[in-house]
Design a protein around this ligand. Sequence first.
Ligand SMILES: Nc1ncnc2c1ncn2[C@@H]1O[C@H](COP(=O)(O)OP(=O)(O)OP(=O)(O)O)[C@@H](O)[C@H]1O
Length: 252
Amino acid sequence: MTDAVIETEGLTKRYGSTVAVDDLDLTVTGDEIYGFLGPNGAGKSTTIGMVMDYVRPTAGRVRVLDGDPRADAVEIHDRLGILPDRYDLYDGHTARQHLDFVIDTKRASDAPEQLLARVGLDDSSDQAVDTFSQGMEQRLALAMALVGDPELLVLDEPFTGLDPHGVRTVREIVHEENDRGAAVFFSSHVLGQVELVCDRVGILHHGRLVAQGTVDELRERTDVGGDASVEEVFVSITDETAATDGRATEGR
Ligand SMILES: Nc1ncnc2c1ncn2[C@@H]1O[C@H](COP(=O)(O)OP(=O)(O)OP(=O)(O)O)[C@@H](O)[C@H]1O
């Protein structure tokens, strides 16, 4: 196990009376592929927002690549690659121009054509992005995250909008990046892919980390059986947590 690339302690984000992230202690190490799972509204994107300094925590601490996401933002952003849940591409600009912009900003030396080939967009490098399908936009956003051989890849729902070939491409890229030495932290609802990709998963529910470990460890923790799918494990753990939360509320 190598040093932590993401470390949170008591990390909390409240929006009025909504607790989006609740006292989160999370450690992602430099050699792993970590899947961050949870139902809609669980707090995954808010957590990623705090890791990226897009969202300011209400309480707690977050360290990224051994730095402070706010004070060390420029250095950290140079060393990581981000695929956000929402992003804007620039109408009228081509895929290659988008990559050139990120390469310049990061002072990297990647060849745009190679990155576009990796994500399956080699035939579309000179096409304006306003003519792109949703899946093509997602592929380009992933290529932008890969610029500069980042030490850490943060991918928010990387499978969104992708066809089966695209899903496989993302999986291969995640493994290639990890083999190169990058840590990968990604959120996903595509549970079938999670077991194929992740070393470890964490399940967030109502802002709290309710389970963490390898998929096999989580299977053992539940009574769903050794052959259960990741989806069955996920449903079992989140249902159990919802039932416990319900009992706690009734007891008040
Ligand atoms: N800017 C905001 N203002 C108010 N509430 C917010 C804001 N952003 C998120 N929330 C709330 O915080 C909670 C967590 O949202 P978040 O987007 O982090 O969940 P998520 O796990 O990423 O969900 P999904 O899987 O649907 O993308 C939700 O209840 C959401 O309504």
